[in-house]
Design a protein around this ligand. Sequence first.
Ligand SMILES: [Fe+2]
Ligand SMILES: [Fe+2]
Length: 286
Amino acid sequence: MTNNNKGYFMNMAIMPVRRNLSFKLPKEKINDWNGNGLHFTQFLNTLSIFFPAGERFFIESVRNYRKELKDEELQEAVRAFIGQEGLHSREHIEYNEAMAASGMPLERYENRVKVLLKFIKKAAPRDQQLAITCALEHLTAILAKTLLEHDHVLKGSDERYKALWQWHALEETEHKGVAFDVFEKSVGKGPYAYTLRTSTFVIANIVFWSVVIPYHIGFVRKNKRATDIKGWLKCNKVLWGKKGALRAIIPEWFDYFRPGFHPWDDDNRHVLDYADVLVNKVEAFN
Ligand SMILES: [Fe+2]
Ligand SMILES: [Fe+2]
C-alpha cells in the first residue's frame, strides 16, 4: 500500500494539512466573478452560504467522538480536519459578507440554515449528526472532485475567487475520509451503520438541494437576471451538459450506497499535487 510521507495508512487515507491562506477577494466582483457568467457564479455563491454554519456543524459532530478515539493517527487527522474546516469557514464568512454588502438576502437565507442545523443538534442523537456530516462530506468531496477535474468550471474566472474555490476543493479532497473513519470506528460497519449512513445520505440530499435550488433562483432574481434564458442555459450546460460538473459525479454519488464503501476507494490524491503551486500563487496575491 502506498501513501504520502506522513504515513497515515488507514484506508489509504491522507493526513490533512492546514493551509492558512487569505484571499482578499475583490468584493465588487462577487456577483459575476465566474467565467461561465452570472448564473453559474450565483450557483457557487449559493453553496458558499452553507459553509460557515455547515462546517461548524461538521466540526462539532466529529468532536462529539474525539475523546473516544483510540487511534492516535485518526485523532491527529481529526485535529487537522477541524483546523481545515475552521479556516474554510473564516474565508467563506468574508466571501458571504461581500454577498451581503452587494444587497443579496444573505442574512435571511443563512439564518434558515442556522435554524435547521440548531434543530438537528438538539433533536438528533450524535450518531445521526455524524452520519449527516459523512453524507455532506461525501457530497462536498465529489463536488470538489468535479471542480478540480473540469477546467471549464473555473475557466476565465477572477484569479482570487478561482484560487479560493480550488483551495477549498483541494482540502475537501484531502480530508474526505476523516469523518467517515470516525463514523466507522465509532458507529461501526454493520447493518445499523449502513442503514443509518445511506438513509441519512438520501435525506440530507433531499433537504440540501431543496434549499439550494430556490436560493440559487433567489440570488439570480435579486440580480435582475431571472428571465435571462441564455444565462440559465449556459449555467445548465456547465452543470448538466456533456462534460457537466454535476452529471460527471452521478456515479460517485451512487457509490455511497455500496456496502463497504470508503471515500478513498476513489483514490484521486493526484489533485493534491497542485497544492504547493496554489499556495505560492495565493501568497503572491498578498
Ligand atoms: Fe470545508
Ligand atoms: Fe469538509
